[in-house]
Design a protein around this ligand. Structure first.
Ligand code: NAD
Ligand code: ZN
Length: 251
């Protein structure tokens, strides 16, 4: 096994790819795994454009529930260590599949009065704390639950009157093109891709790590379990984000 601190010290450009696992120790349930949300709910009933077309109230009820759960969570030591790392080094990009804004909160906390931008994440799958129009480009921040008492009470677009929906990428939907291009550009430039708490089964996020590997960079994976990305990893650390990330970046 190659020495992880030597890999980190030698890397000029670092991409960090995070998934639901990094927020598990903040109390945000993951989708897969023993406590995973998908064990109790069927994603195809709740997180697809077809589901929203069929029953927008049900989908909004689900997002009200998730919004409320996530609003009670705070960044953990792994989010904080990554934010400090991104602020301390010149070429670090945090790319997340999470919609919980915990990297954003950690970036703002770590930056204090400094510019938080270098630690702000590229959100591949959007944010649960934004609504967007189902028809046009309108979007707005929204941390409050929406009124799901009837179809007529659901929030509507200020511009065109169509239904608003959560600004998250659902199953079967394309990612926002500019976001994806930026992610792959960083992945191709990176000397190191740190993969933390992602099951590696949701594309194209999984290909970000393989892109770094294919262009000669190293991949370090932190996950308590083996994943499809373990095969791509230069080093796999079997442990949790809170247990391993701070230690790894401080070494
Ligand atoms: P996933 O739920 O498919 O997989 C979670 C991974 O995290 C698993 O491999 C698991 O072994 C690992 N894990 C569990 N606890 C961990 C810990 N303490 N430390 C490190 N790793 C841990 O998640 P995914 O790969 O991110 O993909 C699922 C999709 O679900 C994403 O698209 C994302 O948008 C969405 N999602 C987001 C959130 C969030 O915003 N926090 C939560 C659930 C799902
Ligand atoms: Zn609209």
């Amino acid at each position: 096994m190659r020495d992880t601190s030597a890999i980190i010290a030698a890397a000029r450009t670092v991409v960090v790819l995070t998934g639901a696992g990094i927020s598990a120790e903040s109390g945000v349930p993951t989708f897969r795994g023993p406590q995973g949300l998908w064990r109790k709910f069927r994603p195809e009933d709740l997180a697809t454009p077809e589901a929203f077309e069929r029953d927008p109230r049900l989908v909004w009820e689900w997002y009200n529930f998730r919004r409320q759960c996530i609003a009670e969570c705070a960044p953990n030591a792994a989010h904080r260590a990554l934010a400090r790392f991104a602020l301390a080094r010149p070429h670090v990009r945090i790319i997340t599949q999470n919609v919980d804004e915990l990297h954003t909160d950690a970036a703002r906390d770590a930056a204090g009065t400094r510019d938080a931008a270098p630690a702000m994440p590229l959100e591949l799958h959007g944010s649960i704390f934004r609504d967007r129009c189902s028809m046009c480009a309108f979007q707005r921040e929204n941390r409050a639950p929406v009124d799901t008492s009837s179809l007529a009470s659901l929030p509507r677009c200020e511009e065109c009157g169509a239904l608003l929906r959560p600004d998250v990428v659902w199953f079967g939907e394309r990612l926002v093109p500019g976001v994806l291009e930026e992610a792959f550009e960083w992945a191709g430039l990176a000397d190191l891709c740190l993969v933390i708490g992602t099951s590696g089964v949701v594309e194209p996020a999984a290909s970000i790590a393989s892109t770094t590997r294919a262009t000669g960079g190293a991949v370090i994976e932190i996950n308590p379990e083996e994943t499809p990305l373990t095969r791509v990893a230069t080093v796999s650390i079997r442990g949790t984000a809170v247990g391993e990330v701070g230690r790894l970046l401080a070494s």
